[in-house]
Every structure is written in C-alpha cells, then in structure tokens.
Design a protein around this ligand. Sequence first.
Ligand code: KIV
Ligand code: ZN
Length: 523
Amino acid sequence: MKTPIMPNVSNDDRVLIFDTTLRDGEQSPGASMTFEEKLEVADLLDQLGVDIIEAGFPIASPGDFESVSEVARRVKRASVAGLARAAERDIERCAEALKHAHRPRIHTFISTSPVHMKYKLQMEPERVLELISASVTSARNKVADVEWSAEDGTRTEIDFLCRCIETAINAGAATINIPDTVGYITPTEYEALFKTLRERVPNSDKAIFSVHCHDDLGLAVANSLAGLQGGARQIECTINGIGERAGNAALEEVVMAMKTRHDALPFHTNIDAKILTRASKLVSAVTSFPVQYNKAIVGRNAFAHESGIHQDGMLKNAYTYEIMTPESVGVSKTSLVMGKHSGRHAFREKLKELGYDLGENALEDAFNRFKDLADRKKFVYDEDLIAVVDDEIVNSHDHIKVISLMVMAGTQGPQSAALTLDIDGKRVTHQATGNGPVDAIFNAIKALAPHEAILELFQVHAVTEGTDAQAEVSVRLNEDGKSVTGRGADPDTLVAAARAYIAALNKLVLKRSRGKPEAMQAM
Ligand code: KIV
Ligand code: ZN
C-alpha cells in the first residue's frame, strides 16, 4: 500500500478551506468569468488565506486549461487543484495544467450512487471500483497530493461507499470528499455519515475527510458544519455561495460561524476574515451575480439596524444586536471619500484602504473615472468608488469601449440613441430607434457590433442612496447556449446600461477567441 501525502494539518481543530468558486461556482449558469477575472479572484483567494484553490476543470475547454495553468503558475501560498473525471485523458490534462503549481492537487471523482451508476455511468459497481483504483493511482503517479470524491456520495449505499473509500485511500488519495451533490442530506445524517465512514473504513485514519454541500434545501452551511462534528476537516465552499443550481456552501458563512460560535464549533481556519467583504464584492462584480440584501455576513443589510428599538440598543451597546462587528468582516463604515479636488495620492491611499492594489495604468484609468464621477455627483462614497474601480478592473481589457452616448427619451416616441464605440481602436457611430431608450441603445450596439446573442437578463440597482446615486446595471447575454454577464456603473442609468451590455459582449468575444469546449462524455 502506498503512503498518501497528507495535507498540512497540524492539529485536530484546524479545518482546511477548499475554495471552488472558480470551478463549481463558475459552473453555475451565467457565472462564467473571463481569464483575467479568474486570475484576479485567485489572487484574492490566496490573500484571503484559503488552503486550496480549485481553479477549474482542465479537460472541459482550452479556456479552462489555460486559466488553471496560469492560476497554478502565479499562486504561491495555497495549493492549486484541478478537477478530473476517472479517465486517463482527464488526469493527464489536469496534471499538465498543474505542472507549474507550487503545490498541485489532482481532484478526481466518479459517481457512486445506484442512480448515477445505472443511468449516468451505465456501469456496474465493480467497474466503478476498478476505475477508482486506476484513476487515483494514475493521479498519484503525477502529483503527490490527490483528492478523491464520491459524486452523489450522500445517496450512495453505505457498504459500497466504504469499499470505494478504502480503495481510493489504498491507491494513494489523502483527501476523501463526500459530496452532497444534489443537496439532499440533513445535518444529523451528514454528521452520522462521517462518523460511520471513519469507524468502518479500515484505513480511514490515512486520509482527511471533506464536506462538499449544495444548497438545494438551504442546508449547505448547516450540513458542512455538521460534517465537521462528524470528523471531517476540509470544507469545500464558494464565495457568496455561488454554484450549481442553488449554489454551494458559502465560504464567508462557514468561516464566520466557526469564528463567532467557537464555543459550539471549536475549529479554526487560516482565513483573514477582514477580506471577506472585498472577496464577496469582487466575485459579485465579475459574475454579475448580485448579493441578496439580507445575505448573511456580506449582504448590504447584514449590519444595518432599521427599527427604533434596535437602533436604541445599538447606541447603548453594539453587542445588543450585533454578534460580530462589521469591521471583523471588512465592512468599513460608509464614509465620504473625497471631492473633485482630491489628488492621485489620496486616491491611491483610499484604494489601498479598500483593499485594492492597482497597477499604474489601471490606477490612472480609475482616477479619471473618479474625477468624472466627482464632477457629476455631490457626494462620493466608498461604495461609489468600489463600483467604479470594479467596473474599471473588469472592463479594462476590452476590445469594445463606450465613447459617447446621446439618448432621446420621454413620452413622445420614437426613443433614439446615438452611440459612439471604440472597437479595437476604431471609432464608429450609429443612431438607432427602439421601443424605449434601453432598446434603442441595444439596437445601436447591435448595428455597430453585430452578434446573435440573446438578452437574458437586464437588472438595475442603485449603488448608494439618493437621486444622484450611481446605477449599477447587469446584463446577461446568451450565445449558442453559453451565458456571459456584464456590469456597468454610472450616475446615468442609460450609460450604465450601455457599458453593461458592452461588457457582456466583450466577454463573448473573448470566449469565442479562447475556443469551444471539447466534447464531454457523461462520466
Ligand atoms: O457536487 C459534486 O458532486 C461535485 C464533485 C465533482 C466534487 O462538485
Ligand atoms: Zn459540487
């Protein structure tokens, strides 16, 4: 029997955080990220202190391969994992993508539940066992750190699950993940499952057990924490809980539950909680998935106190209604940033305080956007600045840029839009009419940059309060079954709409140029 390489867990209450925002999170419809966005998220995850970054599924497409390779090359602290089915081609491609990683991990999986084996894999259980042994052995011949997952593990027959795990550990897997793939299990059942597995699998002490929960019944976080009570010591989760269908367990929630209720959940992680809000904002910006207002930890209302009784209590002692401080998760008190006379130096310092470290060109562009905003808006708040900078970061590599927009709107139609775009350095203008100003703008864009994409979502929200607040618009486009989202911010809602549409279009252009996915057989 091979001795598996154990991940670096020095004591019993240390829980490894395995972030899969870039893989399971990015897999959810409409959450796809560009190459540059993935790198930006990976850098922040490393800064946040996650132990493992699952960077993607290298066989899925050339784009996925490229981004896993680049994340592997640049991340210096965390382990970088790539996903692979139990197939030699997947494992080879994964190892190739990870070859420059400081700490590479191959995460290989196969379904083990009766329903998946019969209908999806069309394989007998004995064949699945052979593939587990072959895939983990092959992965271990390529990297020292191998994780094995039993897809649909929580609906797997217990005796068979024990045999699968024993086989995977014997072949060299050091992490055993039991995903609740369909979000079906309850906390007490999940806790009991880990206890049973650790008792019954003869070589269970040679591996770290891991939880991976989906939120179909809203139990992903509760289940993940229950898994720890059962003996698991790795949590797979995503920022903002993004992921397939109802999403995965939210990283910020599991981390803050352990921190805030350390008495009941005596575990600790390596996460720097002060970066949680920033990470949430970045992931929301690059995916254009808004964070619900009442979302735990990172929602806009998570630390807002509206009722008179609560406000009175808060003024007397914040602990009356706050179980953790906003500062502990990186929420800075809404503050006036600067006016139009503020200089570059103050601007750079303010960005640093908000957690941004921009290069010279990006800083200059963001500064110009800020100046423009300060000319048009009386008070510029931190939230305004964050919206502008995120917009700038996300859209700075664009082929198509909005140069100017004039709109005729109102009760007397037809509404029209005169739009000038810069497309790869060339300025082009078009005037179009439409059923309302937004339709007119989108028609003008279509005339200047022809495409077949269908508009799936158009969403507006105000960044701050007041009638001069910036509008933040999200647009989702779908081309050939692939969705991309773009976001734009501006005090003028119509300009924000144009920017958001163009941002989504730029992502489509990038997606086309990075190639189409290879055919994926169901396995
Ligand atoms: O939910 C799931 O089963 C997964 C596996 C591939 C780990 O994401
Ligand atoms: Zn999953």
